[in-house]
Ligand binder design. Structure first.
Ligand code: TNX
Length: 559
């Protein structure tokens, strides 16, 4: 009995142990299931209005239920034009890798199965870039007047889906979006970024990556700074030495580089497919040393060191000896010391050829002639230069864009002056009937460091933390200038201190989404306190896209 008792105790103990063991296993299982479930759904929001979207859409209304993408989801298109079909394909290509779904595209007037429907409508308020989303349990309907509007809508859909949608390989999670309605269109028609390819060269594939990154935030212009003292980056067939010699180096003495016209066209096509217009800039009459180094006939003379000191750069006291020898290639970062010469016969032959060749392969409406910091060009010469540039640009059927200094010349009502630091020039441009593109250096210069500890960037205008970059209003930034005078905003990324994509991305993110929002979203109710939370929730997306971003302490990151 005693033995029996012992035996039954052992059995009881074993049972208790077994149960607690099983219990533990079950709890662990439940815990892991919940954990996995919460990981898979971490990014899911129960209400449409709670999903963090940048730029903030004009109107969001939560509905009932949830739309879910599944392996059976179809993309329906009712307008079978190549443009709409390309947008449908872009949507499918975005969704396929991470979901593993086929996402077949069907041209049909009425959907019969669940999926996403792209429909062409006539809704004046949406204009060219706006779109309307109606999200129900069965169908996510994208309505837009144009394929471009539908493309912008896709960028919103990407952000409505879990961040894992950006991953390159198949993820086993559910792809849900809360039901509701979004209606959205941009505040400004020009929302741009600029990349300086002259100070450091960036390859075609790097520029494509740049385009991918800005297109998620509905940026629609990419301004390429294609020439400067340190390098000439675009092939000009009638002046081959510009690239063969003038493209050979960059800041710090690296090997530089340039785009052939074919490569430039490839960039344009890639941008066009994302509804981004390329604005080419050839900086003249200053910032021109790479051309003067390539063709002696353009040069007013060679540089004679002042007071026996051979400096890296030349300033207004520099003496030119009047002989037309090519200058030396330049790898420093001083500005404002080189100039074209009115009196040189070759000058306007050069200018006409360059503007003609580039205009011929640029489908966008603008040609940017630079015009900044021409500190060694006589003022009366400068005015003549800009007047001639304007006529040549016009003869090539483009609209002249130039940095704010061009306001000193006789600009016309079509011209765009790009404000960067002088309210006087901005006012002058508007008085002459021109329009402004807003790029205040203290707020919108992507090459300004975040703070004094930042590894890259300059700080001559300001340190620009993420809150400062977001907290300004283009329409009230300059006294006497109002919204009607402004076509939009642009954030320029000068590249004196950066030479690879990691560094580009570090300065671009997380400030770029803020600029995109200033350009796109309504001003009403805009606040940094609200925005920083939405921005923090982009972290998972940045990581999925492998973006090297600055982890500002001012943003509540949620990974
Ligand atoms: C000023 S802003 C420049 C550029 C420099 C930049 C550096 C402007 C029109 N010109 O040449 O790269 O500062 O921040």
């Amino acid at each position: 009995m005693c033995q029996d008792t012992r035996a039954s105790r052992i059995i009881i103990i074993f049972k208790v142990d077994y149960y607690s063991f099983m219990h533990q296993r079950i709890s662990t299982l439940i815990f892991f299931t919940l954990f996995l479930f919460s990981c898979g759904n971490k990014h899911e929001y129960s209400e449409l209005s709670a999903v963090p979207i940048i730029p903030q859409p004009v109107y969001v209304e939560s509905g009932r239920g949830v739309f879910e993408l599944t392996k059976n989801s179809i993309i329906y298109v009712d307008s079978a034009t190549p443009e709409w079909l390309t947008v449908a394909e872009a949507l499918a290509e975005k969704i396929r890798p991470s979901t593993g779904f086929a996402m077949n595209i069907l041209v049909a007037q009425q959907p019969t199965l669940p999926g996403i429907r792209l429909t062409s409508v006539n809704d004046p308020e949406l204009a060219t870039e706006g779109y309307h989303l109606n999200i129900t349990e069965k169908l996510l309907t994208v309505s837009a007047n144009t394929a471009q509007g539908a493309f912008r809508a896709i960028q919103t859909i990407r952000q409505l889906l879990p961040a894992s949608i950006e991953l390159p390989s198949r993820q086993d999670i559910s792809w849900r979006i809360p039901a509701g309605v979004i209606r959205d269109f941009p505040g400004y028609s020009y929302r741009g970024a600029m990349l300086d390819i002259a100070r450091h060269f960036f390859s075609v594939s790097e520029v494509k990556r740049f385009i991918d990154l800005i297109s998620l935030y509905k940026i629609n212009y990419l301004h390429l700074h294609l020439s400067d003292d340190q390098g000439w980056r675009i092939e000009i067939k009638s002046w081959p030495n510009l690239t063969l010699h003038g493209g050979k180096t960059e800041v710090g003495g690296g090997e530089g580089g340039y785009y052939t016209q074919e490569q430039y066209k490839e960039i344009i096509k890639y941008a066009q497919e994302r509804y981004i217009t390329i604005v080419p800039e050839i900086d003249m009459p200053g910032h021109i040393n790479s051309a003067l180094a390539s063709y002696g006939e353009l040069n007013g003379g060679t540089i004679v060191p002042v007071e026996g000191r051979i400096t890296n750069a030349v300033n207004s006291n520099t003496i030119l000896d009047g002989k037309s020898k090519p200058t030396e290639l330049y790898t420093g970062i001083e500005v404002g010391w080189s100039t074209l010469r009115l009196e040189k016969k070759a000058t306007f032959r050069f200018v006409e050829d360059v503007i003609r060749e580039i205009s011929a392969i640029t489908p966008g409406p603008y040609f940017h002639i630079g015009g900044d910091e021409a500190q060694v060009t006589k003022k009366e010469d400068y005015i003549q230069f800009i007047d001639r540039f304007r006529q040549i640009v016009k003869a090539n059927k483009k609209i002249m864009m130039g940095w704010e200094e061009i306001a000193q010349a006789g600009i016309d009502t079509a011209s765009i002056a790009q404000f960067w630091h002088s309210p006087n020039y901005a006012l002058m441009a508007v008085e002459k009937g021109g329009k402004l593109l807003m790029s205040p250096a203290e707020k919108a210069y992507l090459d300004m460091s975040y703070d004094s500890t930042s590894s890259f960037g300059l700080h001559w205008a300001a340190f620009i933390e993420v809150d400062s970059a977001y907290s300004w209003n283009p329409a009230t930034y300059i006294d006497g200038i109002s919204r009607e005078n402004i076509i939009g905003i642009e954030a320029p990324l000068w590249s004196e201190t950066i030479s690879n994509m990691d560094e580009v991305e570090y300065l671009l993110f997380p400030r770029l989404p803020g600029y995109a929002e200033i350009g796109w979203s309504q001003e009403k109710g805009r606040s940094w306190e609200e925005y920083r939370v939405r921005l923090g929730k982009q972290e998972r997306r940045f990581k999925a896209m492998k973006i090297n971003f600055y982890r500002s302490k001012l943003v509540p990151w949620t990974n």
